[in-house]
Design a protein around this ligand. Sequence first.
Ligand SMILES: *[C@@H]1O[C@H](CO)[C@@H](O)[C@H](O)[C@H]1NC(C)=O
Length: 321
Amino acid sequence: MLCSYSPKLFFILLLHLFLANAEPIPSLPNLRKLSFHEGYTQIFGDNNLMLHHEGKKVHISLDERTGSGFRSQESYLHGFFSASIKLPSDYTAGVVVAFYMSNGDVYEKTHDELDFEFLGNVRGKDWRIQTNVYGNGSTSVGREERYGLWFDPTEDFHQYSILWTYNNIIFYVDDTPIREVERIPSSGAYFPSKPMSLYATIWDGSQWATSGGRYKVNYKYAPYIAEFTDLVLHTCGNHQALPCGSASLLSPEQRLSMESFRRRYMTYGYCYDRIRYPVPLAECHVGPERELYLMSGELRAYERRRHMKRRSWRGTADPGF
Ligand SMILES: *[C@@H]1O[C@H](CO)[C@@H](O)[C@H](O)[C@H]1NC(C)=O
């Protein structure tokens, strides 16, 4: 019977709760937030970078003169890197906001990089977010993935995080892990392995950002302002706060929520792109879900699915993974 509580079911429920609480990272670690001056420095854009609330909030903007950006003062080998970001709203085609780690300034030919890139859109269409990984100068081999989101990233702050350890890289949006990259023997040198700095920039990506460059930045709507707060830079040195040494950083529940996110929201995956990669790269596990993607790696019917979902979810803040 569905509605009677069996002792066995109760036990399973308890076990489930127990396991859920015994995780290395139940949700995201609660780490100290830095003010701008404690951890960052401006790299370009003169007064298109503005500090608010004693440097706890940073606005970077793009206008017809320049974009702007900042970076961490130090570089880090492994750790947790995070910011709450609110993206510019309205017409943003061609605008790119990037939140990423790189050591391209130190290693010109063999640099490593971990990217969150936010790609603006024409009015009425949502921002897309992209993640990417380069290691040891593997810039000719893109490992891009793009996703929709279950919220409007221009309406409120949402937390975007990268956990990078010796064995794993996990990208998070709020509490939801959206992508995991594991160090496996076949990943060769593409798994980032040298210290990187954290960057946040806004720039004119007219050449490629929106529908492959079909829509340009329209400066009639400038300035485009991206807001950053809750800045976190935390190395793996402190084992209390971050489980950097553990082999698996995701609990079974977190893994399910990641898979559920990817099923619902991934709109492009390099593992499905048969034009660029007729043979999927070694780390790709491609199953029957590949039928949902075109030869180009783009999801066949994202817009339709998104609108169906929007209708049925109206009014709920819960992503419901
Ligand atoms: C990284 O690339 C350089 C230059 O191509 C190469 O010499 C080096 O062995 C590579 N590193 C690893 C860890 O494979």
